[in-house]
Design a protein around this ligand. Structure first.
Ligand SMILES: NC(=O)c1ccc[n+]([C@@H]2O[C@H](COP(=O)([O-])OP(=O)(O)OC[C@H]3O[C@@H](n4cnc5c(N)ncnc54)[C@H](O)[C@@H]3O)[C@@H](O)[C@H]2O)c1
Length: 458
């Protein structure tokens, strides 16, 4: 039988609960530790929602959602929808005590839909607030959350500055309470990265469970790649990542504006930069080089944009292509190319991981994940498919199991992306953006010098 840590309200106060056996066995499992080991999960344990049973117990599991947008409540853009996964994992235990969003009407509208459906029990007591402060001021002890799920835009978090410091607010108001933070951890100016690392340290010191939404790590295919590497004691020699997004489907003006979203590498390519790091290890940030194809270059024209780019200042328009390479601390080499070139809806993304005798190729992880494996002794690739895999469910399911401290099998649940790890991915994406801007500036300077030389000679 699985045993759970009792969840009395007392435990949600400022004291950190006593450590149990499973925590001692591996604090990195909880997502708050600074461990060099990159955790993995047995792929056979990653099961889709319809095959998973609700977590046990009968007591209420209070949750606060921050952000009432697409990631939290779903949209046509993709399969994400955290509320849906929480409902399935927690069943009747789920009580969303508050929904925080300055867009009150949007929050009320999504709640109304929930209350009109069979999951009403989770939402009938949900109160809407514009800020976390407002919730705390109006909160009774029975409303204390066991987890705070942050799906607000990254420009409002990841720093220690008032108004953009939701993690620090959570740590202050609810010490020890679990957090889930969406990727990327921030999109502010590069100079603020240190503030994100400060938050990582505070989370780690607090011992709070914290998971960041790099859900591709929870793909069955990704965990199978990990398993092959671990079982064969392989050393990764190269990671080769390619991310082709379907730009036609991206109708959010902010996404096309570097001053708002920090650009396609920081905001979107981050998933594949993160996966590259998951396999390649720490990156030597000083080694990062990159080139870009910009919107105003001959080859940079896009014919089917769904937004009016003229509303964005020219200097804030995003590149159409960014290609980067870097060295890992191990000596291995990483490369990543992001292109905003596809029309239609589906993205086309691939990640190759190479080691002596082995090639592991992850194809189409967003739509229909496939893994191509080539091993010593056979020149042919074996193709493996993963029908019904749901990494969004797996990341939530693992988070809840860790919070509940299910001890049936302490190896089963893992937080695969800690806040500190996510900070390092954020740092890599900024390094790529900056490297591409440096090479663009250098090219412009060369063109200008050449033009001036021609002018002088005439
Ligand atoms: N892992 C994935 O595949 C995936 C998919 C989609 C979105 N995301 C991430 O989720 C985050 C949110 O994206 P989205 O698509 O839901 O955006 P969205 O614009 O649909 O929703 C964001 C919501 O947050 C609200 N908001 C703004 N400021 C806030 C604040 N200070 N506090 C609370 N709420 C605030 C907005 O009013 C809006 O309702 C982003 O970081 C995005 O990258 C991840």
């Amino acid at each position: 039988m699985a045993s759970r840590r009792p969840s009395s309200n007392l435990e949600m106060t400022s004291t950190i609960p006593n450590r149990r056996g499973s925590e001692r066995r591996g604090s990195d499992r909880r997502g708050s530790g600074f461990s060099s080991r990159r955790p993995s999960i047995d792929p056979s344990r990653l099961i889709p929602m319809d095959k998973a049973s609700h977590v046990g117990g009968t007591d209420d599991f209070n949750v606060v959602f921050i952000g009432a947008g697409n990631i939290m409540f779903g949209s046509d853009e993709g399969p994400w929808n955290h509320s849906f996964r929480f409902e399935h994992k927690l069943g009747l235990r789920l009580k969303v005590v508050a929904l925080i969003d300055p867009a009150i009407e949007r929050a009320r509208a999504v709640l109304q839909k929930k209350c009109d459906s069979f999951v009403v029990s989770a939402y009938q007591g949900t109160r809407v607030f514009k800020t976390l402060d407002d919730f705390v001021k109006n909160m009774s002890s029975k409303d204390r959350p066991r987890a705070v799920i942050v799906g607000s835009p990254p420009m409002f978090r990841g720093t220690i500055q008032p108004g953009r410091d939701v993690e620090m607010q959570i740590l202050k108001y609810f010490p020890g309470v679990a957090m889930f933070i969406e990727k990327p951890i921030a999109t502010g100016p590069k100079a603020e990265i240190e503030q994100a690392f400060t938050i990582a340290k505070r989370i780690s010191d607090s011992k709070a469970v914290c998971s960041v939404g790099y859900m591709l790590r929870y793909l069955k295919a990704v965990q199978m790649m990990k398993r092959i590497i671990e079982e064969n004691d392989l050393t990764v020699m190269a990671t080769i990542a390619r991310y082709a997004c379907a730009y036609e489907a991206i109708a959010k003006l902010d996404w096309w504006d570097k001053s708002k979203s920090a650009g396609p590498i920081v905001e979107q390519g981050t998933h594949f930069c993160d996966l590259s790091r998951y396999f390649g290890g720490e990156v030597d940030i000083s080694s990062v080089t990159a080139h870009s194809l910009e919107w105003d270059e001959n080859a940079g024209h896009l014919s089917k944009m769904s937004v009016d780019e003229s509303q964005i200042a020219p200097e804030n328009r995003i590149p159409r292509v960014t290609a980067a390479t870097w060295k890992y601390d191990s000596g291995a080499v990483g490369s990543f190319t992001h292109v905003a070139t596809l029309q239609g809806h589906n993205y086309s993304c691939e990640l190759e991981v190479h080691a002596d005798g082995y090639s592991l190729k992850l194809v189409n992880p967003y739509v229909q994940p496939m893994l191509y494996v080539r091993k010593p002794g056979d020149d042919h690739e074996q193709m493996i498919t993963f029908p019904d895999d749901d990494p969004f469910f797996s990341e939530i399911s693992n988070l809840i199991d860790i919070i509940e401290d299910i001890e049936e099998d302490p190896e089963a649940a893992q937080i695969l992306s800690t806040y500190e790890d996510a900070c390092k991915t954020y740092e890599l994406t900024w390094a790529i953006r900056e490297a591409s801007e440096r090479s663009r500036d250098a090219k412009l300077a060369r063109s200008k010098a050449a033009a001036e030389a021609v002018k002088e000679s005439t």
